[in-house]
Design a protein around this ligand. Structure first.
Ligand SMILES: Cc1ncc(COP(=O)(O)O)c(C=O)c1O
Length: 367
């Protein structure tokens, strides 16, 4: 398997743990283990007696039950726990796809969605969204690029990097097009539940279509990426069984303490998501005002979900050099759009409580 380097992770690998202020993170504000355990009487005792043996490969039954409560039509048996969403993408693609297959991937995207699809040997076509079109989903283009051997369509909503949520009409049409061809719809929903207006929340794809696979994660909305825990939910048990067979060659089973902590966190997911939504809603107007003051430099399609956005940036020279200069001189980390093949954009993150400080530093640096 020949994998192109993961440019987002390479860039973060260089800066994430040395930059003073993250201003591009896709994971919302985190909490400590102590704060998590304090959410529930008896939780600390549960952790203390948690055995450090292997766990069940599909995930602890009680965790799968807690995850299933997120969905309408999926039960615990329709959930497969994975070691973070990243493993879910890798294992699902490799379990379900091969060189005879065609795959459609919505772009720009979290890089592994594209690179790992290619690594299966399948032929991959990008369903590309453009800033000039307001990041609209071009359904006619999707229809054009679908083929009789299209086995899987990857979409991501709410979307990394634009922070936009798909409309219900688009999702319904995507489901219809997949259903006509019997294709899997792999819907990356790791930013679900942090829509800025909860009324915009879409149904999970796995609740809409039997061959949809919804990807979920503890990392983003709940702000708990250190748990390294995610899941796939689908009523296509045959597909989940194939992914499970693949998982036996990657992690076998997930981390026992992470499974327990995730289950506790999911019992309080409304509280964790609500707290992070409040941070997002407090930070967004500050960014709006900043972009207004710097309208010659930044312009964006205002995000309506997630803790990230992807403005266009002009007049700052090459964006990677701009971001490198910024982090070196101020300790503030933005993510250059070059890692998404979008060299006129930068990714901002506004899900952290200290965003106003990062913004103030950026603004005084810009002068
Ligand atoms: C769209 C998308 N999918 C999957 C992932 C991977 O998430 P995890 O930390 O759960 O592996 C990310 C992380 O940035 C993401 O943005």
């Amino acid at each position: 398997m020949n994998l192109a380097p993961f440019r987002i992770e390479q860039y973060y690998g260089r800066h994430e743990f040395t930059a003073e202020l993250m201003f591009s993170s896709s994971d919302a504000e985190t909490i400590t283990i102590g704060e998590l355990l304090a959410l529930e009487p008896g939780a600390a005792d549960l952790l203390a007696v948690q055995r450090l043996g292997y766990t069940e490969s599909p995930g602890a039954p009680s965790l799968r039950q807690a995850i299933a409560s997120i969905y309408e039509a999926c039960g615990a048996a329709d959930v497969l726990v994975v070691a973070a969403a990243e493993e879910g993408i890798f294992a699902a693609y490799h379990a379900l796809l091969g060189p005879a297959d065609h795959v459609v991937v919505e772009t720009p995207c979290y890089e592994s969605a594209l690179v790992l699809a290619r690594s299966t040997g399948a032929e991959v076509t990008e369903w590309h969204r453009r800033y000039a079109d307001g990041w609209a989903h071009d359904l006619e283009e999707l229809e054009r690029i679908l083929r009789p051997n299209t086995r899987l369509v990857y979409v991501n909503t709410p979307h990394n990097p634009t922070g936009t949520n798909m409309s219900r009409a688009v999702l319904d049409r995507v489901v219809e097009l997949c259903a006509e061809r019997g294709a899997w719809l792999f819907c990356d929903e790791v930013y679900r539940e942090i829509e800025h207006d909860p009324g915009d929340r879409l149904p999970a794809a796995c609740d809409l279509y039997e061959r949809a696979i919804s990807l979920g994660s503890m990392s983003k909305t709940y702000g708990l990426p250190g748990l390294r825990l995610g899941w796939l939910a689908s009523r296509d048990r045959g597909a989940l069984d194939r992914v499970l067979d693949f998982k036996h060659y990657t992690t076998i089973s997930s981390s026992a303490p992470s499974e327990l902590l995730s289950e506790i966190a999911l019992r309080h997911r409304d509280l964790l998501a609500g707290r992070n939504r409040s941070i997002v809603l407090a930070n967004l107007p500050l960014l709006d005002a900043f972009f207004e003051r710097h309208a010659q430099t930044f312009s964006w399609v205002r995000p309506n979900a997630s803790p990230i956005g992807f403005p266009r940036v002009e007049g700052v020279g090459e964006v990677t050099a701009f971001c490198e200069r910024l982090v070196t001189e101020t300790g503030v980390l933005l993510l250059p759009g070059t890692v998404y093949d979008e060299p006129e954009h930068v990714r901002f993150g506004y899900g952290r409580a200290n965003m106003p400080e990062a913004l103030a530093r950026l603004e005084s640096w810009l002068g």
